[in-house]
Design a protein around this ligand. Structure first.
Ligand SMILES: [Zn+2]
Length: 193
């Protein structure tokens, strides 16, 4: 068993009731919870990331009063607030490692995250001999994309479960999936597993 599950940014602010909610976010959170019920034992480690920004600055230009929703965003996922907590319908009981990213700067990839004990995803993968990574979460065109591309760049075999992701914009989500597939990831439905 050398497979990791990466669950990217399934947080209140990225689902329907949040500051930057994506359509279908809650449904994805529910489906991920059901998938974990059935499949958590298939994984050596289950790593979940959270965007975790500072509340007293613009986090390196990541927050803007008039955001373009490409490079700048409304205030979201301020550490310690409700919006930064895991989505209410995401059952985190089977998550083995929790990473936080984006403190004071933009951070789209789970690989930029750090656990409370200081460990990074790169260290966890080495420590647990992980060769394969399945990626799910929010949002397809931003943090899922960045996390998947980094996982491929780290030399791992990557699968994206297309029924366990949701994106900000339909066009850039389609483009992101094409890019991730071109880079070498498999696009699958979790129902095939
Ligand atoms: Zn952010």
């Amino acid at each position: 068993m050398s497979t990791a599950l990466f669950i990217v940014d399934v947080q209140n602010d990225f689902t329907e009731r949040g500051a930057l909610g994506v359509a279908g976010g809650d449904e994805v959170a529910e489906r991920i919870s059901r998938y974990l019920d059935a499949h958590a034992d298939d994984y050596e480690i289950v790593v979940a990331s959270r965007d975790w920004h500072d509340g007293d600055n613009d986090n390196g230009g990541h927050f803007a009063a008039e955001p373009d929703f490409v490079d700048t965003w409304p205030v979201h996922c301020v550490g310690g607030t409700y919006g930064a907590e895991y989505d209410e319908v995401f059952d985190t009981s089977r998550v083995t490692h929790h990473l936080k990213k984006g403190q004071g700067k933009p951070a789209y990839s789970l690989f930029e995250g750090v656990a409370d004990d200081g460990r990074t995803a790169t260290e966890l993968l080495a420590e647990h001999g992980i060769l394969d990574i399945d990626v799910v979460g929010l949002a397809t065109d931003y943090c899922v994309r960045a996390s998947a591309l980094d996982a491929i760049a780290a030399g791992r075999h990557v699968r994206i479960f297309t029924d366990l992701i949701a994106g900000v914009h339909p066009e850039s989500s389609d483009a992101a999936l094409a890019e991730i597939a071109h880079a070498g990831a498999e696009l699958r439905s979790s129902s095939d597993i």
